[in-house]
Design a protein around this ligand. Structure first.
Ligand code: EPZ
Length: 420
């Protein structure tokens, strides 16, 4: 099992370009099921989650061509040869549930394994099923699978989500795009990855209005065409890399994503006293002060502070001058990085969904263990800012969401390498 070795305490200077957004790809790829023409995508990152989604779509009958060096991926689902998303694939990557809406819309039937929970929470899919049932789908849960069917076409409906869900919003957008009639989705998630999905659907001949707002009006069409789409940059990767110079010192330019997608996060980072310059699709982070101000963070659906940057921001607060708090309101168990940061000398207290951090002057490198995707990268950030050596194990978590992270950080002067 690979590990990542870091010799910390060095300033970072240089330039990094983020890859395409993992969480945009994981909904754009199943979107290909909605058309029998090729869907061509650019700016696709080389990540294990993307490979798992390719494996799943392949198993359903999609023809997949990719040129990794160019970040190019073409998915051509001429016809569906299999309607079952098996547990073995779904358990590896929960976003597999996003084939459910498209399969129902295209074929009227699907058998998709329940994804089950993961390290950060139970991850139910009741909101996905709630919406699809409103559109006429018959759903029966048996032997850990969702057996879904609809006689004829899915029917448009007005669906108000009781709570905001990124995945449920994505499944329903795709289902409604081919349904009969005009669907109204209320209280939808507004993440940039959903805006990217809606823009792609409309470029395929779909008719979605209200993009980026909490209410979407989707006029179902009889069919969608293929298209060519460039995936937006990964805002979570951008935020993660912004924290590297903020914590370790130095000046780094991060390119490839619009900073408007990170407004809440950037507001907090500015509050810590870090200097940030803005471009259209780049930022320059410059750690001028010799101290960081403490902050209070609450995670919320977009445009609030993203839960996917909570672990990384916690790593920064460990070095702030004073007491910070981080309240995690999206997932029930997303503080597993705390015990590992404590091993590096951090002072953190976790009480339910609230973490309190008393900043320390410095942390010390140590052997630590990654527990989930974003926790693993918070340990890398802490290692870069700590004196001594850090060895992060179970980095397969990291490879799910960060393409070539050690290469990108090496390019900024970090002493980091992957060891088998
Ligand atoms: C997406 O997960 C992202 N994953 C997550 O990123 C991200 O943390 C999350 O949105 C929130 O922004 C992908 O896009 C592939 P949700 P998703 O449905 O869709 C509850 C990462 O690190 N809920 O918005 O699963 C749920 O338990 C990953 O890249 C229900 O109760 O998130 C959670 O508490 C981690 N019923 C909250 O809603 C449902 O049917 C938000 O979940 C669905 C969700």
């Amino acid at each position: 099992m690979d590990k990542i070795y870091i010799k910390g305490g060095r300033e970072l200077n240089g330039e990094v370009t983020v890859s395409g957004a993992k969480n945009a790809c994981l909904t754009l790829m199943p979107l290909s099921i909605l058309t029998d023409e090729p869907l061509k995508m650019r700016n696709i990152p080389e990540l294990s989650d993307i490979n798992t989604m390719k494996q799943l779509l392949n198993s359903l009958g999609s023809n997949i061509q990719s040129d990794r060096s160019m970040g190019f991926l073409q998915i051509h689902t001429k016809k569906i040869s299999n309607h079952v998303a098996i547990y073995d694939i779904v358990r590896k990557m929960r976003a597999s549930i996003l084939v459910l809406g498209p399969l129902l819309a295209r074929e009227g039937r699907a058998r998709v394994s329940l994804p089950g929970g993961c390290a950060i929470g139970a991850r139910p899919v009741d909101l996905h099923l709630f919406g699809l049932e409103k559109m006429g789908a018959k759903l029966d849960l048996k032997d850990g699978y969702i057996n879904a069917s609809v006689s004829g076409r899915l029917q448009a409906a007005t669906i108000e989500f009781p709570s905001v869900s990124v995945g449920a919003t994505e499944n329903l957008i795709m289902a409604a795009s081919l349904a009969k009639g005009t669907t109204v989705l209320i209280n939808v998630a507004r993440e940039p990855e959903i805006i990217d999905l809606c823009n792609c659907v409309n470029s395929m001949g779909g008719r979605i209005e209200g993009i980026g707002t909490s209410k979407l009006v989707i006029e179902g069409v009889d069919s969608l065409k293929g298209t060519e789409h460039k995936v937006i940059g990964d805002r979570i990767e951008m935020g993660t890399f912004m924290l590297a110079p903020a914590m370790a010192g130095g000046k780094v330019k991060i390119k490839g994503c619009s900073p408007i997608y990170l407004r809440s996060f950037i507001e907090k980072l500015v509050d810590t006293g870090v200097d940030i310059e803005f471009g259209d699709d780049e930022v320059i982070v410059n750690r001028q002060n010799d101290y960081l101000n403490p902050i209070n963070v609450v995670t919320e659906p977009f445009p609030g502070f993203p839960t996917d940057l909570q672990a990384q921001m916690m790593a920064l607060t460990c070095l702030a001058r004073g007491k910070s708090t981080l309240e995690e309101k999206i997932f029930e168990n997303r503080f597993m990085h705390a015990p590992e940061l404590i091993r590096m000398g951090a002072r953190i207290q976790v009480q339910g969904g609230m973490a309190s951090v008393i900043g320390v002057a410095s942390m010390k490198g140590a052997p630590v263990m990654a527990t989930d995707l974003r926790a693993s990268v918070s340990l890398i950030l802490a290692g870069l800012a700590s004196k001594g050596e850090t060895l992060v194990s179970r980095v397969y978590h990291l490879d799910r969401g960060y393409e070539n992270i050690e290469k990108k950080l090496l390019g900024c002067g970090a002493e980091i390498k992957r060891v088998a």
